[in-house]
Design a protein around this ligand. Structure first.
Ligand code: MN
Length: 430
């Protein structure tokens, strides 16, 4: 891991939040993600299961976390199973955590080797009335392969078919949606690394550079600042490419007169940040580009101020849509007739702004949380309106990450240049 070690009080606190929602007599288990194979003896990079990381801080494979608050022996209230490290593993892969280190990272006293799991489980499981297992309940998940969670869940149900099984995911979604001060700090660190990358680009981008060269500048800046890399697949889209919402090829040349859309951000300690900016390739927006830019910026600023305690997504999305409609009328992209005749289920503005304005953000860039509940202090959302005009080779989106506080909101990206003039000035500074 490249990040500085995290105080285990974060994970102790997180486990306490989780335990409060368990039914009496319940045992819960969480497993680490698999390392997925590619070809021959290759594998994909490891990314920890976000819930397991949230509850333990352990960032390696072959881990099981067992939580059993009402256990009779008192000693096994929290147990961690970690992959047994050895001299051989140390030589080939680098040492894995030993038991003492696993305790230091997680704050969990009782640590066993992974291969001892079944033996210990058998001594505990028949005391448990309920067994909580985890699964990915993200509404936009798309999973073709059997995850370690699904495999584990099958195995448990086969071995212990008469227990009552419960889902951990709804509890995880509820507690992870509210970020603690410690998590806010980590997200701020990710955002600050993103800022460094963006400022580096302002000096780098000019007509003739390639989108992939821009990507290379960013990854260099991110990794040298102890990020593991991009928090999500970077979108570096010049001109018309910006109108492809999930453009990830990043292989075209940036041309004189184009606007370059950058949806690029660093992760830090598994926490995401999520930034979008649009900059003029030659350092100066045309009058029209600036008009569109300022329209998006004005919607962004109003939308950001509406991310506040008690607001609902239904109201928020409706108001953002109205603000966007106003701007599109002003830009001559919509006609008032069209707006009057519009279908309430697919309002006219959707032609130019077809995606949502906000999503939860945290350990996952599209983090877990419930959109049908009112906004609460501690929630972190992106704010990302955009206008896409393929006939003008122009797509502009502006996105910052916002923490809802008791008395308003805090913008993690308040230091990242956002005004058109400031961006132009920085691009033209020698
Ligand atoms: Mn986003």
């Amino acid at each position: 891991m490249k990040y500085a070690s995290i105080n285990c009080s974060l994970f102790i606190e997180n486990r306490n939040k989780f335990k409060q929602s368990l039914r009496p007599g319940a045992m819960a288990m969480f497993v680490s993600n698999d390392i997925l194979p590619t070809n021959a003896d290759g594998s994909m990079g490891f990314r920890q299961n976000s819930d397991l990381f949230y509850l333990s801080g352990i960032d390696q494979e072959d881990i099981i976390l067992l939580i059993f608050p009402d256990v009779k022996d008192g000693k096994h209230k929290e147990v961690l199973f970690v992959k047994e490290t050895s001299a051989l593993i140390a030589v080939w892969e680098g040492a894995k955590l030993n038991k003492e280190q696993a305790t230091r990272v997680s704050g969990i006293e009782h640590v066993y080797w992974f291969h001892e799991f079944e033996k210990i489980l058998k001594t505990l499981v028949f005391q448990a009335e309920f067994i909580y297992l985890n699964s990915n309940e993200h509404t936009r998940r798309s999973i073709e392969t059997e995850t370690s969670e699904m495999r584990f869940s099958k195995w448990m149900r086969e071995k212990f078919p008469l227990h009552k099984y419960e889902r951990s995911a709804p509890i995880m979604h509820k507690i992870r949606a509210i970020k603690s001060a410690h998590e806010v700090e980590l997200i701020q660190q990710a955002s600050d690394i993103t800022e460094k990358g963006f400022r580096r680009l302002l000096k780098f981008v000019k007509p003739g550079v390639w989108e992939h060269e821009v990507e290379a500048e960013l990854i260099h800046e991110f990794i040298r600042n102890k990020s593991a890399g991009f928090a999500y697949g970077p979108i570096i889209a010049s001109g018309l490419n910006a109108c492809v919402l999930h453009y990830v090829e990043n292989n075209k040349q940036c041309k004189e007169g184009d606007v370059l859309l950058l949806d690029v951000a660093a992760e830090y300690a598994n926490y995401a940040s999520d930034l979008t900016r649009a900059i003029p390739v030659n350092g100066k927006f045309t009058k029209r580009q600036k008009e569109v830019y300022n329209s998006v910026l004005s919607v962004f600023k109003s939308a950001r101020s509406m991310l506040s305690v008690g607001n609902t997504f239904e109201k928020y999305n409706k108001t953002v849509g109205e603000l966007m409609t106003e701007q599109l009328l002003k830009l001559g992209l919509l006609k008032s007739e069209e707006v009057k005749m519009q279908n309430a289920d697919w309002p006219a503005y959707k032609k130019y702004f077809m995606h949502g304005t906000s999503h939860f953000m945290g350990l996952d860039v599209h983090d877990v949380g419930f959109f049908n509940e009112p906004m609460q202090a501690g929630m972190v959302f992106t704010c990302e309106p955009g206008i896409y005009i393929p006939e003008e080779n122009l797509g502009i989106r502006i996105e910052n990450d916002i923490l809802i506080t008791d008395d308003g909101q805090m913008d993690f990206m308040k230091n990242i240049p956002i005004e058109a003039d400031e961006i132009e000035d920085l691009m033209n500074k020698k």
